[in-house]
Design a protein around this ligand. Sequence first.
Ligand code: PRX
Length: 582
Amino acid sequence: MLFDHELAWKDPAIYKEIYVNSIAAPEKFWEYHQNTLFPEGNYNASFNCLDRHAKITPHKNAIIWYGDEYCERREISYARLLEMTERIASELIRRGIRKGDSVTICMPMTPESIASMLACCRIGAIHNVVFSGFSANALNERIFRSASKIVLTVTAGSRGGKMIPSLHNVLAAIGDMDVDVLLVDHVDDFPMDDGALSVEHMKYDDPMFTLYTSGSTKEPKRIFHSCGGYQLYSAMTFKYVFDAKPEDIHFCTSDIGWITGHSYITYAPLFLGLTIVIFSGTPMHPDGGRYWQIIENERVSIFYSAPSAIRCLASLGEESVRNYDLSSLKVLGCVGEPMNEAAWKWLFTNVGKEKCPIMDTWWQTETGGIILAPLHNVKYQKPGFASMPFFGVAPGIENEELIIKNKNWPGLSSNFVRDDQIYHTGDKAMVDDDGDFKILGRIDDVVNICGHRLGTSEVESVVNALGEIEESAAIGVPHRIKGQALCIFATTTADLDQDQKESVAKEITTRIRQDIGAIAKPDKIVFIPELPKTRSGKIKRNILKIIGKKQNIDYDAADMQSIINISCIKEIEHAMTHAIKM
Ligand code: PRX
């Protein structure tokens, strides 16, 4: 049976045969891979990612870390990462943390943050990583709702030349909650447990971690992933989509605060014993050569990034890449938002030098790993297409929405029952005559700013809480670099003059930063007399989206008919020309 062929992505016939098998006999397919990837039958991620490799290749680098400045670099071998993990795990045990307990991690991208995740796994605690750029209020909500007993953090970090006061934020978030704080700046301060600490035995369905992600509700959703299915799916997708081998040097520019940082910085690459390069800075600090210099220095072979980062770097021109030796690259990848054709071509030509396939991978926090990627024929890739399903996954389109017609693949979050119902993705997509999928953005009220998912109702509830605001609608508008930006339409409780409007707009931005984080900062705020509504009182967001784009105002007649206060449209169009830029 053809299940395990490393040429899958180089030969469409092989891809097809494996795919057909995986759909026809899913149980056999996944069981085969489960047995291959977990020969010891051990579902503890810390054991799989560390002990197995530390035994055979203790001196091999697990992590190469780059800090905010060019001179900041550290190497962490598998043996050292295991030791760091054991020390943190022992300290967690000493502080009373046990299997099943929830632990929040809020740290910048360092080897310690990865060791902290693995330390939780080691003792069976459920980690809940919160992006270190979130505000104290957002962190507070996530600590409280996950019932975490302890928060792991460091004193401070630095990103893009700015200091991140991690401990200060964590203490502000905790307030008077009864939650312990563990500083992991110096792991060697934690005594080793003289080998007394054992690796917790984990079953296939035991919970491994949670992550909060935005949806259409006011509050972010808590997504659970369990040990066996998650590790199996993330490791397999990594192996096949990126043709990953132990000798590869893998550089993923995401952050551990997101699912990409869980699956393709931490768990899949370490599971397969690669060396990962992690970077705690930003692509533009101190200049736009950071990624390329790191790739050259470390001979990176797999580079996985986000379209907004690529668009930003492409804006610096081809000469910003030309002088770096990028010949070590074999495959490129992008994730998080639609990849436009111009950015795709720039990456393909200037970074991959027309020899590296680009894996435009579509997936979500809920799916645990990659669902769509150009696996079937890398020679004839289509810019802007995430293309084909991974093995065992059956996508389709229903009312323009991308759906998955089966739920029996192991990566799917345990929030969903593995029944034969359809999984709704919330994304709009199309499929061409070759059967290739193209993702067109969200169909629900979620905006995607630089690949970060943000629920518009989360933003609106912050805006509406201001005394001066009557009601508001936050919508995503196209943005050249960020993909989408936030535009807020608001009505006020009293008439305001221009100065007052500007000061309320500032206050809105400050509150959003405080309650959510800098990610959610709006680009534009528009004060309007009325929001367009239907007879039943629903805000006509699609009309606002058209006005927000400011070009090609072309309304759908049926849409217009459903508005009861149609006269406000002209006023909103006019107000848009006086939008306050933030
Ligand atoms: O809208 C899709 C977009 O990101 C959403 C998932 O966000 P999140 O759960 O934060 O996970 C991001 C990293 C996996 C999707 O619903 N998205 C993700 N990848 C792509 C994408 N949109 C277009 N093309 C992609 N390759």
